[in-house]
Design a binder for this molecule. Structure first.
Ligand code: NAP
Length: 306
């Protein structure tokens, strides 16, 4: 039986692995669908301490992975699909058919980008539609793109896209934004970015090559407008990946795992760290901090079992 099984390899999971390994617990970490987490879809990271010149997101995650492996973590490139935590002294997880038994679990599965749920949306993903400007913006150099959302992500990604694209249209469903003023000002002062509020997408327009445009609808007066675009980016928030852990953890209205004492879920031996349990900060550094807290708490729990 494993001492510590970690689910998810973002900054929270990998930091938990580093601490658990150095405490002698031979952690096993499951990478899931997106090894490295959201930072692998980012370019420059300038706010993670220790890198005076900044560091590329994928490089940061590759370094964290190498560090976790060097201190004795076993990384499994598989996805946990089911769990059963009904017996806290023998927690069970499944990676497809493989059963994993463990004394503790650290959940660090992060969050996934939300979509609008429009008809035909799934078939346009990667064919003109993206949820990650920093990953896919490069493909739209010199082209016309649209971004949906009014939070910090939308503002940040609109500015990022403006460096690449010929024209960026930011569409938001309200006249006010939830983004920070500094981010909004940066967008408003960028001549390549046009802001349209209060509008949303009624439907996407496409041909056999993929997305060709959208039909927008004005949410005040129901006016409609067809706009030709080459790329469409969603920046409308994220959904925490907590579903498979129910009912053994409590979640809030948005699906974030509720914790006490920083990282404890309601099931003994099951801890949560990073964006999955953090509706407030959602930063790489806070996720890493929670990963550390989860590993130390798991180690104390294990020591008390003996
Ligand atoms: P967010 O703050 O939750 O904003 C989501 C935006 O999408 C909101 O403007 C929301 O509109 C809109 N939206 C949601 N569902 C929609 C729908 N179905 N149709 C149309 N619009 C929809 O998410 P976020 O921007 O990803 O930011 C998440 C967190 O990360 C925030 O705490 C943010 O501060 C932080 N963050 C920080 C930075 C930074 O500091 N550099 C960068 C990125 C993110 P409403 O406003 O009308 O609800």
């Amino acid at each position: 039986m494993n001492d510590v099984t970690i689910v998810g390899t973002g900054p929270a999971g990998l930091t938990a692995a580093i601490y658990a390994a150095r405490a002698g617990f031979k952690p096993v970490i499951y990478a899931g669908i997106q090894h490295g987490g959201q930072l692998t879809t980012t370019t420059e990271v300038e706010n993670f301490p220790g890198f005076a010149e900044g560091i590329q997101g994928p490089k940061l995650m590759a370094e964290m992975t190498a560090q976790a492996e060097r201190v004795g973590t076993r990384i499994v490139y598989d996805t946990i699909t089911k769990v059963d935590f009904s017996n806290p002294s023998k927690l069970k997880l499944w990676a497809d058919q493989e059963l994993i038994e463990t004394k503790t679990v650290i959940i660090s599965t992060g969050a996934t980008a939300k979509t609008l749920g429009l008809l035909g949306e799934a078939s346009l993903m990667g064919r003109g539609l993206s949820t990650c400007a920093t990953c896919d913006g490069f493909f739209y150099r010199g082209k016309k793109v649209m971004i949906i959302g009014g939070g910090d992500s939308a503002m940040e990604e609109a500015s990022y896209l403006a460096n690449l694209a010929q024209e960026v249209i930011l569409v938001h469903r309200r006249d006010t934004f939830r983004a920070a003023n500094i981010m909004i000002d940066r967008v408003k002062n960028n001549p390549k970015i046009k802001i349209k509020t209060p509008w949303t997408i009624e439907k996407t327009l496409s041909d056999e090559t993929g997305l060709t445009g959208v039909t927008l609808i004005n949410l005040e007066n129901s006016a409609k407008e067809d706009i030709k675009i080459d790329g469409l980016f969603y920046a409308i928030g994220h959904k925490p990946n907590s579903d498979i852990f129910l009912p053994w953890v409590d979640v809030d209205d948005h699906g974030y795992i509720k914790v006490t004492d920083f990282v404890k879920t309601k099931t003994p031996g099951v801890f949560a760290a990073g964006d999955i349990a953090d509706p407030t900060f959602k930063q790489a550094i806070t996720a890493a901090g929670m990963g550390c807290q989860a590993a130390i708490t798991a180690a104390r729990y294990l020591e008390n079992l003996h």
